[in-house]
Design a protein around this ligand. Structure first.
Ligand code: ADP
Ligand code: MG
Length: 346
């Protein structure tokens, strides 16, 4: 069933349109990410779901109920912010219990639920410490425990791992995903980090300039970006201009630079003769190391101009013609990919 729905939601701050006619449905128990560059409207969208902001037009529904001007504490949601917002003078247990105390939950019940929440975020035995005696990752877990203790139907997370270093962030990504699966509640997760969104999400909404451009599973978004922005923002792409020469249900042939044909998967509505922009992932370009042979779909030879080793992979800068170069990526000690590109309108 649908847990959270946005129907034609727009938010203006004076003449700035922060969120522009956004509609989406988030299923119960889903890990749903809002992904996009800084300033695209992710936080504002989340704040409207939380009830800290209200739409200029459109409506937010939570569990089927229109929220109107319902205040945050009357919504079945809780928010975890990037900067934790823990009270430094209180112990970890007091921080976690704070919301329950405000609601008048009796002490014994509070203690029981704090213990449970600490176990959930793997901080058993840390209840009597102060937040500043904990590492950044541990503080973030306290913030999570504090949000989860209210047993919200929906947890809203705004770049919660943004302050952590890369290694810890990767660990916490897996932990958060595991936590979400085990508690089974809906997570709406805001991030500008495409890799983070791909790793954790059931579905992703890609945003830019207040608009949702595409909604899909990580695989759909990566394999079938629906526009140039998405193809560029998620993963890496080579953009090649070309003319469509053949259209079949399962394939489209585009001739790039009047010289070499590229076979793309079918799907987009294009016609022969039309100019299009192809987005080709670096790992979809065949490279046979040693032979100097490179090709898009294996149709075309190219010349390797630069080789960059990055550990797991090696990048090749390949010149396909006087005017066209592409970046190819080959996983080290592995065979190449299938050489099919993706198609996006220019
Ligand atoms: P993101 O979280 O994706 O970085 P935000 O939702 O914070 O983006 O902001 C979207 C746009 O709305 C930005 O242009 C931002 O400057 C503007 N904005 C956000 N909050 C306010 C506010 N309270 N007053 C005025 N402008 C705001
Ligand atoms: Mg933000």
């Amino acid at each position: 069933s649908v847990d959270v729905e946005l129907r034609h939601v727009t938010k203006k701050f004076d003449d700035v349109i922060a969120v522009d006619n956004v509609s989406l449905e988030i299923e119960r128990g889903e890990f749903f990410s809002l992904l996009g560059p800084s300033g695209c409207g992710k936080t504002t969208t989340l704040r409207m779901i939380a009830g800290f902001e209200h739409p200029t037009s459109g409506e937010v529904f939570i569990q089927g109920q229109p929220m109107g001007a319902t205040p945050p504490f009357q919504r079945n949601v809780n928010t975890v912010f990037q900067n934790y917002a823990l009270f430094p003078h209180m112990t970890v247990a007091e921080n976690i219990a704070f919301g329950l105390e405000m609601k008048g939950v009796p002490k014994a019940e509070r203690q029981r639920r704090v213990e449970q929440a600490l176990r959930l975020v793997r901080l058993e035995g840390y209840g009597e410490r102060r937040p500043l005696q904990l590492s950044g990752g541990q503080q973030q877990r306290v913030a999570l425990a504090r949000a989860l203790i209210n047993q919200p139907g929906v947890l809203l997370l705004d770049e919660p791992l943004g302050a952590l270093d890369l290694k810890l962030r990767k660990e916490m990504q897996l932990e958060l995903k595991h936590l979400q699966t085990s508690v089974g509640i809906t997570f709406i997760y805001v991030t500008h980090d495409q890799e983070e969104a791909l790793t954790m999400s059931d579905r992703i909404a890609v945003m830019n300039e207040g608009k949702v451009l595409q909604i899909g599973t990580p695989e759909e978004i990566y394999e079938r970006p629906n526009c140039r922005f998405v193809a560029d923002f998620i993963g890496e792409s080579n953009f090649l201009e070309g003319r469509v020469t053949e259209v079949a249900p399962d394939r489209v042939v585009v001739v790039v630079d009047d010289s070499f044909p590229v076979v793309a998967p079918g799907g987009p509505a294009v016609s022969p003769g039309e100019w299009v922009t192809l987005a080709v992932r670096p790992e979809k370009i065949h490279v046979q190391p040693g032979s100097g042979q490179v090709g898009v779909n294996g149709h075309h030879g190219g010349r390797v101009e630069e080789v960059v080793y990055i550990g797991t992979d090696t990048y090749y800068l390949v010149r396909l013609s006087d005017r066209v170069t592409v970046r190819a990526r080959l996983q080290n000690r592995s065979t190449g990919a299938d050489g099919r590109g993706g198609l996006a309108h220019g």
